[in-house]
Design a binder for this molecule. Structure first.
Ligand code: CA
Ligand code: CA
Ligand code: CA
Ligand code: CA
Length: 423
């Protein structure tokens, strides 16, 4: 990126902040933003007759092969217009997110069991599946995901009273979204519950699992209980999702629960949360701590001063320094979106395998968010991008495979971040 473009982005921060009534001085400071209610919330259930105004949002799953329902049939969709509080429009990496936390409040008394930990996905497979394993702890955790949209809608255009979409599996216009091993967003509404194409089961990693204080694991949850979801920012997919949402000015989450509804006969056996339309109990509350990284670099070390202050406690370190001793310079940590003060957070190639057909596999650690571009070179001078795909079963480590054989003379490989706003 050229210096003049850097200046232009810096100016953009200033203008946006002024337009939105936020003090320009807030760029670089820790913004502690509390949204007491969402801009939109909606019980995403096909037969909800009061879309956007219903005071309660139950969450449950139906385990059926039928063609008339998603497995995660009842979801709670929540959206926040963030641009009035956090300047929008910046490259995603300019949002240094310190914490993100959602709190929901239960409505029904003792209608579900508290399970504070994620259950392995194989525990939700039918017992006839050879991969099925027993659930080792009582109940199902409350799960938080991002949201995806279809049917002509986007995160920017969907509203709480927009059409539901089709009731067939994979047909709802707003759905719980996680990430696959290629770090692509995917609909997780049917990741469990069916056993045929195109809805074969697959693992899904929630953005957060609900935490309840004053209720023991395995106990029934009373009415009026706050459930807190601390978003896992160590997962680059999740962090990148929030960064992109702040850029666009609209952040969406979906609460889901992999437990059965008891239907018409068994009473209420699922969680039920207050929406913002509930007059008695608090609706969804979102708390974000974000530093918006401006462009100023007064000590001319290539590192934005805001980022240095946010992560490195001042301007003392340089771009060449490796402040956390993880082998990655501060300049590279900034360029690749990892934490320069955490030696577990880095982007690195741990190994390289080249087969007889010149296909290349890289063993990668990638704690940064955003798409990774792999380039090859024969002379360390000219670099060419190589098409490939990620296979990341774990959040921050996995393999990258080239799609095509690489040039036989290419001996060097490097990674950079696409569209991060830095180079
Ligand atoms: Ca469990
Ligand atoms: Ca600096
Ligand atoms: Ca480092
Ligand atoms: Ca680091």
């Amino acid at each position: 990126m050229t210096t003049s473009l850097r200046r232009a982005i810096g100016a953009t921060v200033f203008c946006l902040a002024t337009l939105l009534g936020v003090s320009p001085a807030s760029a670089g400071e820790l913004l502690q933003v509390v949204f007491d209610e969402p801009s939109d919330d909606r019980w995403m259930y096909a037969f909800n007759s009061m879309p956007g105004t219903r005071p309660a949002a139950p969450v449950f799953t139906t385990f059926t092969e039928s063609e008339d329902s998603d497995s995660r049939v009842a979801q709670f969709l929540m959206g926040w217009e963030t641009a009035s509080r956090i300047p929008s429009g910046l490259p995603p990496q300019r949002y240094w997110i310190k914490s993100a936390r959602l709190t929901l409040t239960t409505l029904r008394d003792r209608s579900f069991i508290y399970d504070p930990t994620a259950d392995p996905w194989e525990t939700a497979l039918p017992s006839g599946d050879p991969r099925a394993i027993p659930d080792s702890d009582a109940g199902r955790p409350l799960e938080l995901y991002g949201a995806g949209f279809r049917g002509g809608f986007t995160a920017g255009t969907f509203r709480e009273d927009s059409p539901f979409g089709s009731t067939t599996p994979g047909g709802r216009n707003a759905f719980a979204a996680g990430f696959n091993a290629a770090r692509e967003p995917v609909d997780v509404s049917n990741n469990i519950g069916k056993s045929r194409e195109p809805f074969l089961p697959f693992p899904s990693r929630p953005f957060a699992v609900g935490v309840i204080t004053h209720v023991a694991a395995g106990d029934a949850v009373p009415a009026g209980t706050p459930v807190t979801f601390p978003v896992d920012l160590g997962d680059p997919g999740t962090r990148g999702y929030i960064q992109e949402a702040l850029r666009s000015g609209r952040l969406w989450f979906v609460a889901s629960w992999l437990g059965r509804s008891a239907g018409q006969t068994g009473g209420f056996t699922y969680p039920d949360f207050a929406t913002r339309d509930n007059l008695l109990d608090p609706g969804p509350k979102l708390e974000l701590e974000v530093v918006v990284i401006g462009d100023a670099d007064t000590d001319a070390d290539g590192l934005p001063d805001d980022w240095e202050r946010a992560c490195l406690e001042g301007l003392g370190a340089s771009g060449e320094d490796d402040s956390d001793g993880d082998g990655i310079s501060n300049a590279s940590e900034w360029a690749l979106g990892s934490d320069p003060n955490d030696d577990a957070s880095r982007v690195a190639v741990r190994g390289l395998h080249r087969d007889a057909g010149n296909r290349v596999t890289l063993d990668l650690v990638d704690s940064g968010s955003g798409a990774l571009v792999v380039e090859s070179s024969a002379d360390l001078q000219r670099w060419a991008p190589v098409a490939g795909r990620l296979d990341f079963a774990a959040p921050t480590s996995g393999l990258w495979h080239s799609d095509e054989p690489v040039d036989a003379g290419a001996a060097f490989f490097r990674c950079r971040r696409a569209d991060s706003g830095v180079r």
